[in-house]
Every structure is written in C-alpha cells, then in structure tokens.
Design a protein around this ligand. Sequence first.
Ligand code: HMG
Length: 387
Amino acid sequence: MNKIGIDKINFFTPHLALNMKELAEARKEDPDKYLIGLGQEIMAVIPNTQDTISMAANAADKIINEDNRDKIKLIIFATESGVDNSKSAGVYIQRLLNLPPDIRVIELKEACYAATAGIQLAKDYLSNHSEEQVLLIASDIARYGLNTPGETTQGGGSVAMILKENPQIATISEETKYVSQDLMDFWRPLYSDIAYADGHYSTKVYLEFFKYLWKEFCKEYNENINDFKAMIFHLPFTKLGLKALRLALPTDNDDKKEQLLNDFECARLWNKQIGNLYTGSVYLSLISLLANSSDLHSNDAIGIYSYGSGAEGEFYKINLANNFKQDNFKAIKKMIDNRTIISVDEYEKIFNSTVTTEKNIQLDIDKDPAKFVFAGIKNEQRQYTKH
Ligand code: HMG
C-alpha cells in the first residue's frame, strides 16, 4: 500500500495580538509567571470580524489550487468553538473556496483532540479512495473570560491540511496508541461562549495520559526515545509540552537529550506567540518545528501527542517526506511577526464585542485586512465576505 499523509499545511491567525508582559502587569502578576511559568509571550486576539469559519477559509485558501480542487472529496472540519449546533462549518468553506458540489462535509468534535481524529479518519478513508484528497481544518478560538485563571491560555487560529497518497510533507505511520476517559477537566455548556476548566486537574490528566500512552506505545512497538527525531505536543501553554517531553527524555544520552530539547524549542516557537488554538495547537507546533528546525531530514520520525479534554489522548508517529520544508512557511512567519500589538484596554473591548446572541448585526469589516471576514448576522444567518 502506498503511503498516506500530509501533503500541504497552512496556518492563519488574525492581525491583532497582545503582549503577555502587559497582560501580567494589568493583572498584577509577575510577568515571568506568564513568560517562563507558562511559556507564553504573545497571545492572538480575535476581532469580532473573525470566527472559526472565516479563519478556516483564510487558512485553507492558500493550499487549494487548480491541481487539487477537483480531487478533494471530503472536508473534515474539527472544532470545539463552532458557530452552529446543526450545520457543519465545512459547508461554508465549500462555498467560500469554490470547491465542487460532489464532496462530503462533516464537523468533528472532541475538544482539542478532534483534528487528530480527523487525521486518522482521513488516512483510513484515503486507503480506500486513493485517487482522492481530504481537506482537514482545525479551527478554534480559545476563550475563558477576562480576569479568569484561563485568560492567560487564550488565543486562536486555524490549521488547514491536504491529506493524500504519496504526500510531500509527512506520512502517517500505522503505529499509534489512544485512550479515552469520561472526566470533567474542561468543558463548555451549550449556553456558554466561554470554556470552564478545572485548570490544575486538567494539566495533571494531560500529563498522566501522555505518560500512559508513551509507555504503551514503546512497549507495543518495541521503540524508545532514540527512535524519534522530535516530539511534538498539544500546547495549551508551551510549558506543559516541556513537562511532558521531560517524561520521555533519555537519562543516559546527553547529546540526544539536548537535540530533543533544541527541536522542542523550534516546535514551541510559534505557539508561544499565538497561545492556545485548541484542536489546531499540536499542528501549529508541527509547522513551527518544520519551519524553524535546521536538523530535520526526510524519513525522520516525529512523535505526536494529541490531547483533548473530556478526555481523549493519542500518541502516534509520522515520518517526514521529501519536501517537508514548504515555501508558505515564510509567509506564516511574516503573518505572525507583522501583527498589530494592542493594549490591554483594546483587548478587553474586543473581547466584549464578540458576537454571541445577536440576531441581526452588521460588523465593521474595513479594519480587518484578512481576505475572508465574518461580516455579521442577517435574519439569524451568518454572513461571510471576501475582501
Ligand atoms: P494558574 O493558577 O494561574 O498558574 O493557572 P500557576 O499558579 O499554576 O502557575 C503557572 C506556572 O507558573 C507554575 O509552573 C508556577 O510555578 C509558575 P509549574 O510549577 O506548574 O511548573 N510561576 C512562575 N514562574 C516563573 N516566575 C514566576 C512565577 N510565578 C508562578 N514569578 C492554568 C495556570 C494553566 C491552570 C490556568 O491558566 C488554566 O486553568 N488554563 C486553562 C486550562 C488549561 O490550559 N489546561 C491545560 C491542560 S488541558 C488541555 O490541554 C486541553 C485544552 O486545550 C482544552 C481542550 O482540549 O479543548 C485546555
């Protein structure tokens, strides 16, 4: 059987951001708590003219072209901050990106784990539909509320991928271990636009799931840390990934330990500047690793730890393909570096202006430079515009 995996990948985040140092000062905390204790430097701020759908369109637009447009037969939209309890966000994407009508579209939800579920489902689907391609989008806004303990771990953005046979970036290995358990570490009731979290408990479960999966994976496939070039993690805040990595680092090989730690720094670089983006988080970390590490080679194995509250975890392996350094990574860096840094006052105003229960509203889209924007609600129907 031919190899299946990630052929293209792109990331989008809006044009506004907040310095964590300034947030710390406003909240009367030592900035080092946020910068070092949590490992976060800048947080993406989502204007009310962006939502999970417009961000997804902005991310996916760049990886769809005349070569793959007609081959995409399945859109998987992974999100936990979707805008409709019935309609899949992916159907809007089909129209906004001019994808053909003979296409299946579904939305997946299991907190931050859903994109990984999407990857495994796409892999199995493509093994039976080898001429086709899958568009997978992970799109979320992490929102806990002003002055809450979770405020420091907000953010948002979308990762879009094309999966296919003989991919350019990475192939998905058959080796995987997963686990689910019904528990309440983080949840968002239907009536709430902010997430609730039992924060410290959630970090404990995240680490326990990783410890368990890593042990079971190594046992089942007779592998160890030396078989991996890099390890990437779901990064609600980047220090948590470092804590997980430390559980797997070799104790008898200082060079390997240093190499893994160096690659982890590359993998968390862009997550430090975005914050949590829920289900896309671990895949932003993958992009960050591929873009910023200089010691990766084709066929290198990367371990991926995906965690979604509620809770579900999976540890699996990918192998880099021949063209894993993609040209669009430079544009992603530019987008992250060129954001406008706003004050805490402006961030609070934007936070409070988010559209939640309005039935009719027209938004000021002129200030939003993104190609696709959320223009408002007309007769309870969301409106999207292309600049
Ligand atoms: P907190 O109580 O504000 O922070 O909550 P803290 O007191 O635990 O301190 C954080 C760290 O900063 C600690 O490091 C402190 O020691 C350190 P640690 O000891 O744990 O290594 N610190 C300092 N370091 C340097 N200089 C200083 C200083 N002061 C303190 N001066 C918490 C933090 C993450 C709990 C909170 O922000 C929260 O509730 N966040 C939301 C929940 C969350 O992100 N959970 C993560 C695991 S669950 C998950 O990943 C799933 C999720 O993405 C959702 C989904 O699946 O959909 C959330």
